[in-house]
Design a protein around this ligand. Structure first.
Ligand code: GYE
Length: 351
């Protein structure tokens, strides 16, 4: 059959299209074994991880088991959001478990991750002690563990690849240094009450220690009462009420997080006192609600603790699975805010 030039151009185009299509199919078939999904390059790294039986989900994604402390504070919510968003960004499958502030729930979650043969286990240990048995189980299964946010006190540091999080002792020192500066000229006792975080948790132990260290050379600075408020607003309010009933001469409140400080502010106002004036308030975290209270002068000083640990964690997971050496300790950079500084920083604050 004789074709005119228009017909032969159409035929040529059709042939090219068919050739391209065939090539594309052939390609995807040949890479099918490694997963024809759109992952980040990192995802292939899972082939190296997890000891002798690396486990991947059907679509070959890296599987990360994460056991979170709970949902006790604004900090924790921001931390959870950061981890979930970053896992998605890295193309990892995240198995997320909320322990509701109970160690036994975390141990159960870790054991279930081991059973499911995830590629990496990460967790934020609610308390410091009592992890060796379950960490040994993860080690025996050849599953690498990364700690985020809070530390464990295990002597054997081979149980985990890295601990990513803040220096809580330094946070306490920052709070203490501000106090020392504020009351440098004090000639009379300055009565401090302390709302501690969850008993036995790294931030509660370290923030207490850091503040005590920083104020120890100033005999006027006295901690007259100290009790746990479990890092929650409700407990912070309740314990502050009891402090106010027991003492009519409180000068300063040091709360180990914003949420307890915010609960305490309610108790202080209910007692007819002015937070930030009658009682000076120092907190740790610098989450949105804390920063708002600081910008209103109700909190005088906030020590920042950064919850956005997701990207650092995912990077560490990627590196560990790629067989790279990672730092045993990755410290988060942080600052502090006076009321004035909080006011200035508030418009750009993301959490
Ligand atoms: O300061 C507090 C949260 O472990 C750093 O836990 C974290 C602390 C944070 O409940 O708000």
């Amino acid at each position: 059959m004789k074709m005119n030039s228009k017909q032969s151009i159409s035929l040529a185009i059709a042939l090219v299209v068919i050739m391209l299509f065939t090539a594309a199919c052939g390609n995807s078939a040949s890479t099918g074994g490694q997963g024809g999904n759109n992952q980040q390059p990192a995802s292939n790294a899972s082939n190296n991880g997890g000891g002798d039986a690396p486990t991947q989900s059907a679509d070959d994604k890296v599987v990360l088991g994460f056991s979170q402390v709970g949902a006790e504070s604004g900090w924790r919510t921001a931390n959870t959001d950061s981890i979930k968003a970053s896992a998605e960004e890295w193309g990892f499958e995240l198995k997320f478990s909320d322990a509701q502030q109970k160690q036994e729930n975390q141990i159960k979650a870790i054991r279930s991750f081991i059973q499911q043969k995830v590629d990496v286990i990460a967790f934020s240990p609610v308390v410091e002690s009592g992890w060796d048995t379950v960490l040994q189980e993860a080690k025996d299964a050849g599953i690498p563990v990364i700690l985020t946010d809070r530390a464990v006190d295990s002597e054997d540091t081979s149980y985990y690849e890295s601990f990513i999080g803040s220096d809580f002792v330094e946070e306490g020192r920052k709070a203490g240094r501000w106090l020392v500066e504020q009351y440098a000229d004090a000639t009379e006792p300055v009565n401090i009450v302390e709302l501690q975080g969850t008993t036995g948790s790294a931030p509660a132990i370290d923030r207490k220690q850091g503040l005590e260290e920083a104020i120890q050379d100033n005999p006027n600075l006295q901690i007259i009462a100290s009790q746990t408020g479990d890092f929650t607003r409700a407990k912070g309010k309740e314990v502050m009420q009891s402090f106010l009933q027991a003492h009519d001469d409180i000068d300063v409140l040091y709360a180990h997080n914003d949420d307890m400080g915010l609960g305490a502010i309610q108790a202080i106002e209910a007692a007819g006192l002015v937070p930030g004036e009658d009682i000076k308030i120092i907190t740790v975290d610098a989450v949105k609600d804390g920063m708002i209270a600081a910008s209103e002068g109700k909190i005088n000083f906030i020590v920042e603790c950064n919850p956005l640990l997701g990207p650092q964690l995912m990077q560490a997971v990627e590196d560990v699975l790629a067989g790279k050496e990672i730092d045993k300790r990755i410290v988060t950079e942080e600052t502090t805010f006076t009321s004035e500084e909080a006011k200035a920083a508030l418009p750009d604050r993301k959490y």
